[in-house]
Design a protein around this ligand. Structure first.
Ligand SMILES: [Zn+2]
Length: 572
């Protein structure tokens, strides 16, 4: 055969192969006519995306993708809206979101009196003696301070007045303090006399007392358990109801993947059941709660559970190493600026961090440690580093995380990049907390190391973003806004707090997509709109990448797509 006819044959062969491939590779859905941000390495935009069997088949220009269309291909017209990879909530508490909906939601309460009113209403509808539980109050977010503040907190008098016979137990928005009424404390045997015997500093927490030694109703950290242990346990029916509500809430807010920051076996089993029943919707990455050593032992034994369907994966451990800044529980290297002689607490013995880090490496688990204060962050970095050095061959791709990493000593900032430790931060916390955080830390510490996103990114670290829901609503938009503006949600101050630490919009988008995916070992599967990855998308009604900053907060989710299926559509 002559060379030319050989080439002709080859050409014919290629055309035939291409044709047969194209029939196999006909997309079932095409997304078009929108601003499509891929969040790939070069932050590129495309005009259209083709999807088949829940996976991305092609991305490109309108003409390229249109040419792939088959007779059964469905075209989703984005109508000029903005599509991004599915948003990943990298630190939240899924059951808490559901329970907020089932219990008294105190998140939007603006004064102490309003909180008391809400409880009074609940008392009207409660049976005699029934517990009234709620969550989400935050005294620093109230627009006025009640009288008789003790150590920065309200006292129980008014609360006890409206609920003399029903015990009341209300969790702080941070999850690090609780507020109980007289009846609840009576049942728990907490009173002035019992406190004379019991030191008010129970291990890893505090019962706040007034000048006369009476308990004020506020308990921080582990002291909450004195009353909390009496609150009736939930039922499985109620848990499932809460889970369903939480999943729906996530989908409505554009969340396609969720990192659950510390749960037990019951929750994992419930997720498995929801997956089997086709009710799960979002992809779950579960951190095992380090509060239960038996749970960890069982999982060390069995090893991680990595879901081939990418829906319920368990391969990480959550440790709670200090408290929050609000109730002055964050563990600091030096005294609180607004409470001399007080440096907060560690909330677990630091040897546990060492032990879990080593066992985590040995058994294939990532470790995610909650640390807010600079002391807690340093202690954890030190312990992680020691474990990496002890087991270098097991630590080549550890992806250990510090949850929150809010306040760092300047010397520790570069260590994140150097050690490959991931600071999992929730930008919305800066927006909500920065106005009063400066009282706790003072100007110098705030400027050196509080919410230092740009310094961390420059150190080579990545920042997976989130909301810590239900501490904040699970809506990623306010956190995205906080990331790029460093302002409160009221738009203050002009120019933002410590503006040199702002994220760019590309960085903020990555923090909610590919960085989140990397933080759960899933960057090859999701987190960007690229061929071969899953078709998880979030569609917004505004172009969050270009609209004026102030307009970001008015953005709504138009559609949430998981595995190629539209699971939320604002129009329906
Ligand atoms: Zn949390």
């Amino acid at each position: 055969m002559k060379l030319t006819s050989k080439l002709l044959c080859l050409g014919l062969f290629l055309v035939l192969t291409a044709l047969s491939c194209s029939s196999i590779n006909t997309p079932d859905t095409i997304y078009t006519n929108g601003h499509i941000y891929t969040s790939d390495i070069s932050n590129s935009k495309v005009e259209a995306v083709a999807v088949k069997d829940g996976m991305i088949l092609a991305t490109g220009s309108l003409a390229e993708i249109d040419a792939m269309k088959g007779k059964n291909t469905k075209v989703i017209d984005l109508e000029g809206k903005t599509m991004t990879p599915g948003f990943i909530e990298s630190h939240g508490h899924l059951m808490g979101i559901g329970y907020n909906k089932l219990e008294l939601d105190l998140m939007y309460v603006k004064t102490y009196d309003e909180l008391v009113e809400k409880v009074a209403e609940a008392v009207q509808n409660a049976k005699p003696g029934e517990w009234i539980t709620g969550r989400g109050w935050h005294q620093d977010k109230w627009i006025e301070r009640p009288d008789n503040m003790v150590k920065g907190f309200q006292t129980h008098d008014k609360l006890s007045e409206v609920s003399p016979d029903n015990p009341v137990y209300l969790r702080h928005a941070s999850g690090h303090a609780t507020f109980a009424n007289e009846k609840a404390m009576q049942l728990a045997g907490v009173n002035r006399l019992s406190l004379e015997q019991l030191s008010s500093e129970v291990e890893g927490g505090e019962i706040i007392k007034d000048d006369l030694g009476n308990p004020t109703g506020v308990f921080t950290e582990r002291a909450s358990g004195l009353v909390g242990r009496l609150v009736p346990q939930s039922t499985e029916d109620k848990d499932e109801q809460a889970l369903e509500m939480a999943i729906q809430e996530c989908l409505e807010k554009g969340i396609t993947s969720f990192h659950d920051a510390g749960s037990g076996q019951g929750f994992i089993d419930r997720l498995g059941k929801f997956k089997t029943e086709g009710k799960l919707g979002i992809r779950m990455y579960v951190m095992l709660s380090g509060r239960s050593p038996e749970l960890l032992e069982r999982w060390y034994e069995s090893g991680p559970m990595i879901d081939p369907d990418h829906y319920v994966t368990v391969r990480s451990i959550k440790l709670n190493c200090d408290g929050a800044l609000g109730p002055r529980g964050a563990w600091l290297l030096e005294d609180y600026t607004d409470r001399a002689g007080h440096t907060g607490h560690e909330t677990l013995p630091m040897e546990v961090v060492t032990e879990v880090s080593e066992k985590g490496l040995q058994h294939g688990f990532q470790v995610c440690s909650h640390a807010i204060g600079d002391r807690a962050n340093r202690e954890i970095l030190d312990r992680y580093q020691t474990a990496f050095e002890k087991y270098p061959e097991l630590a080549t791709d550890h992806r250990f995380r510090i949850e929150h990493a809010q306040h760092l000593s300047g010397a520790d900032i570069p260590r994140f990049g150097e050690l490959g430790v991931i600071p999992a931060m929730q930008a919305i916390h800066m927006s909500s907390d920065r106005p009063w955080a400066i009282d706790r830390l003072g100007k110098a510490r705030i400027e050196e190391g509080a919410y230092v996103w740009q310094d961390l990114l420059k150190s080579g670290a990545i920042i997976p973003n989130g909301t810590d829901a239900p501490v904040e609503p699970v809506d990623p938009i306010p956190s995205f806004y906080a990331s790029v503006s460093r302002k409160t949600l009221a738009g203050l101050p002009e120019g933002g707090f410590e503006p040199n630490q702002k994220m760019s919009r590309d960085q903020a988008l990555k923090s909610f997509t590919i960085f989140g995916a990397f933080s759960e070992f899933e960057e090859d599967f999701k987190g960007s709109i690229e061929v071969g990855k899953v078709a998880d998308f979030t569609v917004f009604d505004k172009d969050i990448m270009t609209i004026p900053e102030a307009e970001i907060l008015n953005t709504k989710v138009a559609m949430t797509i998981v595995g190629g299926k539209v699971l939320y559509d604002a129009k329906q």
